[in-house]
Design a protein around this ligand. Sequence first.
Ligand SMILES: C=C(O[C@@H]1C=C(C(=O)O)C=C[C@H]1O)C(=O)O
Length: 185
Amino acid sequence: MQLTTSLPLALAGVRWRQGQQITNRNRYPDELRWLLDRGSLTARLKRRAETFRVIRLASETRSIYNHERRIFASACNVRVHTAIVREVILCCDGHAAVYARTVIPWSSLAGSNRRLLTLNERPLADVLFSGCGVARGDIEVAQVRTSMPGSERLHARRSLFFPNQKPILVAEFFAGDFNFCTTEE
Ligand SMILES: C=C(O[C@@H]1C=C(C(=O)O)C=C[C@H]1O)C(=O)O
């Protein structure tokens, strides 16, 4: 089974930190306003862009990374080795703004959660933030290298969501030229 990503990111050794435990908030104030926001990222991107589009890169069964296995084990006591991996690019006005990777354990696909398999180019936020909303776990943050040697690090965050009380893991990686300074709100 493939242990891989279609995203231009080096995901193997990412070290995630609890967002709430960041003590020095002066270092990345604009970035942290995006990283720690618990609302819909899709909705926020749509507000600032004229056009918004999801490009689906992958939606298939894959082995998942150790840091992903660990969060399912520690936060939900669920053992996951292979899962459905959905990878997308969120594009604003024709530019890649955010890369997103969602890990969906097979055991989380009961009932209406099966619609997660047929999202295609519709945003996952349509499921997670519509109606009465879905529970969300703590946000973790990291800096992640792109897959080119010596290249920059991207700001990233991840959290578990619990549609129908079943865990899925959503990680979002902001493009290197993403404009965190915003006046849209
Ligand atoms: C979780 C959200 O959904 C976004 C949409 C995604 C998708 O379509 O696969 C993936 C991650 C998020 O960036 C959100 O909008 O906050």
